[in-house]
Design a protein around this ligand. Sequence first.
Ligand code: EPS
Length: 388
Amino acid sequence: MALRMITAGESHGPGLTCIIEGLPAGLALDRDAINRDLARRQLGHGRGGRMKIERDQIQVTGGVRHGRTLGGPIALGVVNRDYANWEERMNPWPVEEDVQEVHLPRPGHADLVGTQKFGLSDVRDVLERASARETAARVAGGAIAKAFLKVLGVEVFSHVIQITGVSAPRRDDLVPEDFAAVDESPVRCLDPESSRAMVAEIDRLRKENESLGGVFEVRAFGVVPGLGSHVSWEERLDGRLGQAILSIQAIKAVSIGDGVEVAGMPGSQAHDEIFYDDARGYYRATNRSGGVEGGMTTGAPVVVRASMKPLPTLTKPLRSVDIATHEPAEALRERTDSCTVPAAGVVGEAMVAFVLADAYRRKFGGDHIDDVLRAVRAYEERIAWRRR
Ligand code: EPS
């Protein structure tokens, strides 16, 4: 990777850290924009009690001076306010108190295999790191990637298109302006009627002690053609997007554009025919490919959809086994969210932004942001690409 992002931290530990390395010097960062993304990730109907405790705010401890990147690794921190309530159980250092082990793995979580693989007897040693709290650190790193992309004319948005059985009407015509008010919907859905139905469905199933999954879509606008490459499997951009999205906790499937739908279509209807005119250059009337052909961006919006499973921490626990006694038992019952698809969309933006920023770094290099910008502009001119 040209760009690297590493996170550290546990859900109820002292805090989370993100180190992002490989960005050019001279990139202006906006603290409010980073904090806005952190706050957006905390939103969404279906969140649990924890979000009333946390107020995620960025702390920068390296790589930035007076609001500009220095070209070295950038170190970002997010404090866990809830740590105050977990100081004994999650202290990095030995404590006087007797801390009880957790022995009830939750089906669908990392709990069971994590304890087996790492030779641990306390499920908490696994679940604290596996928790999706970690995504706060990714969103902080993703906000830095977004700042870099914005200079290059790229914007990344997300919206929720399905929660359990409720789907929003399909929209192929979306433009950046359509996303201006997406966070005003309690489920981050662009269609008001579907938004209301999704909220009602969350309320209904939550009362029945259920959790809910769904689908979010990420769209990146203004991406230059030719990021990624057809020449080697590792460089194919769809492969990189897939890995990044599937690495988000609870995501079980990902598709690029109409990747799922085209499997059921004849070839004549599954592709995007090529046209040309002097004003627009090459263009397509459709974007079934989701902006990626042959492992490379086409210049059309990059469209990624992700399916999230219902969260596996249930208020009516599933059957499990006590790992200390091997007796049948109910899975651990912890405070939990019932639906986090709206928040996962914000994490999806961060991961898509990271993959695209990495692809720009690989293709265009540059030590200072102005070097990058010059290289991108020269390329856009060479291929006569008209930004729309
Ligand atoms: C999570 C369980 C809940 C979520 C948490 C992820 O936390 P708690 O166990 O403290 O109630 O709120 O997500 C976050 C804290 C967050 O910031 O997204 C889990 O088990 O994955």
